[in-house]
Design a protein around this ligand. Structure first.
Ligand code: GLN
Length: 487
């Protein structure tokens, strides 16, 4: 057992550490060694922090030796997506423009994990500034799917999902603007939750699209998801959009019971392009839940079909504003050969940003310019309101909506790289959730050609508890979460 500690879940590790069957240092060392053994192939991490991890683990062991009461994540090794600020540790957003940026403060979630005495093993790769679905847009390198190294891990939190699937951390944090936690969780066969907008503080998360961004956990099982949610949720005075509502103990939702649960299955989420094997696995999952006492009904959500075009106006509009701050003056890269300040701004941005980021800044700037604002941005906001209303209506009738997380399993590295639109179509099931601000979870529900299939469950705003209950019930009656890729 001791030599394969990295295979365990966060809650299993916690039990071992608390009962002194393993020290936090042994656990940390096991993950450090695991990263050394496999990350050359998987490439989950932009930066690893082994010395910091061992130092934090020693502090946990000391605290235990002194009889301190510690929380359930103390000594558990976690990884952080590289768009969340970590004081003194490189935070690059996988962009050349921030290749050398070391923040002077921690993101709120990073501080919360530190309070829980989580051990941090590194910063994970992403699509540059979280724009993409495969990590192929990383300014540095592509992450590989641990289930098949020729496939993408999904994105943008592909490094976080791959690190969890490859046992390079016990859990990771990701961010989700249009699916970036759930889709990589689906591709890598792990659990990923996008909480309700405002449930988790965004302070210190480097903004992509502020009205859509939300931080959440990627974990090996649903129990760990609840534990990480307990650690990171709650009002933060530094984020005005964080919600001042009580945070339940999410572990109380880990009950095996879906009796009387009303499931809606909206047909727009099984649109053209859905792999029949994915649809089959999702329908079988729904059947399993109905065999356990849930009821289901097919339904329709007309405006969900407009999710993609609305998102691809609103997200670029917000990103064009958020990314204006990267100008060579305050952070990161500054172009060397410029004669005056304007050319310094231009050259820095030209050299520092990748093609996808530039394209989105241009689309966003266009959509916000005088004369086009009403035609694009304002119209998109109106459709967003319709979509939100349609979800509210659906949740008057249903407790949860169930769909695939992604219409397909992981695609090949390079397979969609020349066709940015094909890749964007793949976000059709996840994006409406961000536009509505509601929570959703993805968990494994099958395989195709050895690649995991993801089940997406959505609930009304602030009802993460129902998501966890349904996901936990499903997990109790299936074995998908126990399977691991062979590396
Ligand atoms: N794939 C989507 C995009 O490219 C969503 C990304 C995200 O959630 N950060 O924008």
């Amino acid at each position: 057992m001791a030599d394969r500690l990295y295979e365990l879940t966060a809650h299993e590790l916690s039990d071992l550490i608390k009962s002194k069957q393993a020290s936090a240092v042994e656990v940390a060392q096991s993950f450090v060694d695991r990263i050394d053994a496999v990350d050359e192939r998987v490439k989950s991490y932009v930066t690893t922090t082994p010395e910091l991890a061992i130092e934090q683990a020693k502090a946990v062991d000391d605290a235990i030796a002194h009889g301190e009461e510690l929380g359930p994540l103390a000594g558990v090794p976690g990884a952080i997506k590289d768009n969340m600020n970590t004081r003194g540790v490189l935070t690059t957003c996988s962009s050349k423009i921030l290749y050398n940026y070391k923040p002077i403060y921690n993101a709120a979630v990073v501080d919360r994990l530190a309070t829980e005495r989580v051990v941090t093993v590194g910063k994970t790769n992403l699509d540059e500034f979280a724009m993409g679905s495969s990590t192929e847009n990383s300014g540095f390198f592509v992450t590989h799917n641990p289930w098949n190294l020729d496939k993408v891990p999904g994105g943008s939190s592909g490094g976080s999902a791959a690190a969890v699937a490859a046992d390079e951390c016990a859990f990771a944090l990701g961010s989700d603007t249009g699916g970036s936690i759930r889709q990589p969780a689906s591709f890598c066969g792990v659990v990923g939750m996008k909480p309700t907008y405002g449930r988790v503080s965004r302070y210190g998360l480097i903004a992509f699209a502020s009205s859509l961004d939300q931080i959440g956990p990627l974990t090996k099982d649903v129990t760990d998801c609840a534990l990480v949610m307990n650690a990171i949720s709650g009002k933060d005075p530094c984020d005005a959009t964080s919600l001042d509502v009580p945070v339940p103990d999410f572990t109380k939702s880990l009950v095996d019971n879906v009796k009387g649960l009303k499931i809606g299955v909206p047909k727009e989420f099984f649109a053209q392009g859905t792999d029949p094997d994915v649809e089959k696995a999702v329908r079988e999952a729904i059947e399993l839940l109905t065999s356990l006492g849930a009821e289901y009904k097919d339904t329709s959500m007309r405006s969900a079909g407009y999710g993609l075009p609305v998102y691809y106006i609103i997200a670029p509009a917000e990103c064009s504003s958020n990314l204006a701050r990267f100008d060579g003056v305050r952070y990161g890269l500054r172009s060397k050969d410029s004669s005056d300040v304007i050319s310094m701004f231009n050259k820095t941005r030209e050299e520092g940003f990748g093609a996808e980021v530039k394209q989105r800044i241009m689309i966003g700037t266009y959509a916000l310019s005088a004369g086009y604002y009403d035609a694009y941005y304002l119209k998109a906001q109106k459709v967003r309101t319709l979509l939100r209303g349609e979800f509210e209506k659906a949740f008057e009738e249903f407790d949860v909506l169930i769909t695939p997380t992604s219409p397909t399993v992981a695609f090949g590295i390079g397979e969609l790289a020349d066709d940015p639109f094909a890749m964007k179509l793949a976000d059709v099931c996840t994006i409406p959730v961000n536009l509505a601000g509601i929570p959703a979870i993805s968990l494994p529900c099958g395989y195709k050609n050895g690649l995991p299939i993801g089940l997406q469950i959505m609930a009304k705003g602030l009802d993460e508890e129902t998501l966890l209950r349904v996901a936990y019930t499903f997990e109790q009656h299936t074995d998908y979460h126990k399977n691991k890729p062979k590396l």
